[in-house]
Write a protein that binds this ligand. Sequence first.
Ligand code: GDP
Ligand code: ZN
Length: 323
Amino acid sequence: MLREKIKKASIIPKVGDIVEIEKTSNKTGVIIDVKPRKNELSKPNIANIDQVVIVLSSYKPDFNSLILDKFLVFYQSYNIDCIICINKSDLLDNSLKEFINYYSNIGYKLIYTSAKTGDGIDDLKQELLEKVSVLAGVSGAGKSSIINRIDSNLKLKVGDVSENLGIGKHTTRYVSLQMIRYKNKNCFIADSPGFSFIELNNIESKKLSYYFREFIPFINKCEMKDCLHLHEDNCFLKKNIDIENNHRYLNYLKFLNEILEIEKIKKTKSSKIENNIKIFKKSDGKNIKIIKLPEELRDKSRKFINQNLKKLEKINSIDDIDL
Ligand code: GDP
Ligand code: ZN
């Protein structure tokens, strides 16, 4: 049950919310307040996440740095810490491992697991201690197998939800936080639907480079404010990294292109809307915005107003009106 105050503020409590409850009986209560959220996601619909564990596999599906970087950018833009989990370590070759280790060198927590052999699962569990974690990743990377390895009781819950809905196990529609105990501590885990692609449409081009953590020390030394590290002169970042071979910079450029395209579309849309808005100055000096209707609707609305004016005239012409 929700109290009026929350309803009025139109806050819809989410999984993960920290709330204040007023007891109405021994077993029931009402939510009287939802505490401010430190972050929130819509897929899955959950708040106050401590970290996202991005699960990718070394093989089938093959590891792909573009996908990993996109996940990293996406979650960091929501102010959520990320842990990288590379599963199917039993199939990982050394040269790929060396390449992936780059992420550990730039400061990410990186864990190799094998849901098949159980390798690394305890390391992962250690990272989940006393935290609220969302497991995300591409389908087929072994997320369900890892969840089952973490705690076989979780297996039932994850499987049940999906089977009941009959929509395949990676299209879980609602989210729940499952609690597991490890080393006498609580860990809260939520599953997230497997993504086929991630959209970056809420990220501003000028902020993108901040989500590439190893770029940060250079960014503020670029000559241009809001440097996009693209064609600008005296770009400190470009001077300090190998722009032809640094795979993260190349991925950055791909995302930047995507975001610039999105921004272009948004701009044309908003200028179309702007063109349809007329601004009037009221007698008190304040501006009011009026949406210009298309010609045919303008005719209709004039007719409608005239009809109503006539009705009003009729009423006003009757002096003795019973109220
Ligand atoms: P999900 O789609 O991410 O939930 O992936 P699943 O857990 O369903 O696993 C996809 C496939 O990969 C299944 O055939 C699993 O048996 C297999 N798999 C999962 N983890 C491992 C692993 O660590 N090593 C190997 N070799 N195969 C794995
Ligand atoms: Zn720059």
